[in-house]
Design a protein around this ligand. Structure first.
Ligand code: BGC
Length: 299
């Protein structure tokens, strides 16, 4: 018996002939090889298409490390969202160990995108505002790659959340200046103009009342100082007015865990810009990190 397998779209000049199917192990080997050659992934790779439909997104935060498998075409989570505690002190080895523990829960060996709460340049940690100082200049991307054996891409956590909101959330179709702020342990910020990200903006470092703004107006400050929603909103409003003067955004998107409770504090806020809660809530960081990795490894 003679079998000719040819994929018209990608293998115009490839002719694979298999003889005597079932007659010997040798033939079995060729069948398996042909199968792999024509598998969806290898055909897509040869066409140069993005083969990463599903990517594991990880969001490393001050109190928790969260993850889920993300369909990067739709921005939908296609697994449960799992979480482990951020170890204290959050030293590099401790955080990487906890992150690997989370990754093992997914039994994952594919591409990983990771949001990290610091300035990230070429995989290197360049600031240590809310994390252990020993992170400075550590290549978190390489470390994660080495420990997991997976391809990994690392991006600032707020930039990740911003990318997700721009692609799948409130920022979709908004071409002007859009500012995404994530309120949590710190204040994360991501600025877009014509859908282009200005990375590592770090507006949480802006001085406000003699201290970095995130020490005065983050969501963690509200809890730690037991501020009423109204009193905290006054502080947040000062911060928002400050950044409005600097960037004149047409839209400000408020993300982070507290955005779920936006009804409690939005009524006290007054901005020139349109102000909306993030649509993807605190899943934005996971989704954006996964999409960032898919885009990066596609290029
Ligand atoms: C960090 C930022 C981060 C933000 C939110 C700040 O303390 O400096 O890089 O985006 O917290 O996690």
């Amino acid at each position: 018996m003679k079998l000719w397998i040819k994929d018209n779209t990608v293998a115009q000049n490839d002719k694979l002939y298999l003889y005597g199917v079932g007659e010997s192990c040798f033939n079995c080997f060729f069948i398996a090889a042909t199968f792999c050659y024509n598998s969806l992934e290898s055909r897509q790779a040869r066409r140069g298409e993005n083969i990463y439909m599903n990517v594991l997104g990880i969001d490393i935060g001050g109190s928790g490390i969260k993850g889920a498998i993300v369909d990067v075409e739709t921005g939908q989570l296609c697994s449960e969202r799992l979480k482990v505690e951020t170890p204290q002190p959050a030293t590099p080895q401790a955080v990487i160990d906890s992150t690997c523990q989370l990754i093992r829960l997914f039994n994952w060996d594919g591409l990983i995108g990771c949001g990290f709460p610091a300035v990230i340049q070429k995989g290197l940690v360049k600031t240590t505002a809310n994390i252990d100082q020993s992170w400075f200049d550590i290549n978190v991307q390489k470390l994660l790659q080495r420990e997991t054996g997976c391809s990994c891409a690392v991006i600032n956590d707020a930039d990740a959340a911003g990318l997700a909101e721009m692609q799948f959330g409130e920022g979709r179709g908004r071409d002007g200046t859009v500012l995404i702020l994530t309120l949590g342990t710190g204040i994360g910020s991501a600025l877009f103009y014509q859908s282009q990200l200005v990375p590592n903006l770090e507006l949480g470092y802006l001085p406000l009342q003699g201290a970095p703004a995130e020490h005065y107006a983050s969501a963690a400050v509200r809890k730690n100082e037991k501020l009423s929603w109204q009193n905290w909103s006054k502080r947040l409003n000062q911060f928002l007015n400050h950044v409005e003067r600097l960037f004149s955004p047409e839209l400000i998107i408020i993300g982070g865990g507290v955005s779920r409770k936006y009804e409690k504090f939005f009524p006290y806020l007054e901005t020139q810009a349109e102000l909306v809660p993030a649509r993807l809530l605190n899943q934005a960081g996971i989704i954006g990190a996964a999409c960032f990795a898919a885009g990066k490894f596609h290029d």
